[in-house]
Ligand binder design. Structure first.
Ligand SMILES: [Zn+2]
Ligand SMILES: [Zn+2]
Length: 284
């Protein structure tokens, strides 16, 4: 495989440590042919780790400047990692069209479906361990199976109702399961949720990323999605790409060897690379 890319990269405009230019230079150093700058976005809302609504213009101007400055050396796509929160914000042109993004990662970080605390903050699944546990208690009465089912229902709702390019860190709720053991990945009901979700993804035509960010942040010694889920995706013919979800220059291609191996072991013979107008496949 000649090409190497990460279509999921953060910068100082959200919760990253480095500037867009530093991330582009790191990608060139790592031998990448393309990256997508994908600031955390929940337009028109924001938390402390999202791009602030007042800074969308500055972010896009700098991303586009860097894209032009390095155009002969690397492809840079300017976009967002857009949150899906039912009824509030979505990774879809109806929300982001005004910013004319070239690339959208669709991610679920918050789950509101079936929450019994509709007035409080939603369950945050990518949060520190104590916060993930607190959300299961407060929003789902301690019923982790209901909480996990609500996450997968939210992912299905997002892929069925929104138009975006890549599905971000698909089973990120595994991130805190090592410490919390709040669900059993081997249980029949969990595998049923995965099968139902894979069917929805296959219908959507959206590309799934193999994301190494949990390894970079030492939260999980594995890529997302799990080997089992990747196998289901491969059998359903869902295309995959490899992304680092890097928040710092040192993580731009963290654990790519493991991601490629995971893809091969799941049965993939090729990876997807963005063309600006769809995707091309390149043999693994
Ligand atoms: Zn994310
Ligand atoms: Zn991210």
């Amino acid at each position: 495989m000649d090409s190497k890319a990460s279509y999921h990269v953060h910068t100082v405009f959200c919760d990253g440590k480095n500037s867009p230019e530093e991330m582009v230079l790191a990608a060139i150093d790592a031998g990448m042919s393309a990256i997508a700058l994908t600031a955390h976005a929940a337009w028109p809302f924001a938390t402390e780790w999202h791009l602030a609504p007042a800074r969308y213009g500055d972010y896009l101007a700098e991303a586009r400047r860097v894209k032009a400055a390095y155009s002969g050396r690397i492809e840079v796509w300017c976009g967002f990692e857009a949150d899906y929160i039912a009824g509030l914000t979505a990774p879809d042109p109806s929300t982001y069209g005004r910013f004319d993004p070239e690339f959208l990662v669709g991610s679920v970080h918050y789950v509101t479906e079936g929450s019994r605390d509709v007035a409080g903050p939603p369950w945050s699944i990518d949060a520190p361990t104590a916060e993930v546990a607190e959300g299961i208690e407060r929003c789902y009465g301690g019923n982790a199976k209901r909480a996990v089912g609500a996450y997968w229902a939210t992912v299905r709702e997002m892929v069925s109702s929104c138009a975006f390019d890549v599905l971000g860190h698909l089973d990120v709720l595994r991130k805190r399961n090592g410490e919390l053991s709040f669900f059993d990945e081997e249980s029949g009901w969990y595998k049923g949720e995965l099968r139902e979700t894979v069917r929805a993804i296959a219908r959507s035509g959206i590309v799934v990323e193999i994301n190494t960010g949990g390894i970079a942040r030492k939260a999980l010694d594995d890529v997302y999605p799990s080997a089992y889920l990747l196998g289901l995706l491969a059998r359903a013919g869902v295309p995959v790409t490899v992304s680092s979800d890097a928040h710092a220059v040192g993580d731009i291609d963290c654990a790519y060897d493991r991601a490629y191996r995971a893809a091969r072991e799941a049965g993939y013979g090729s990876l997807s690379f963005f063309t600006g107008n769809g995707w091309r496949q390149e043999a693994l």
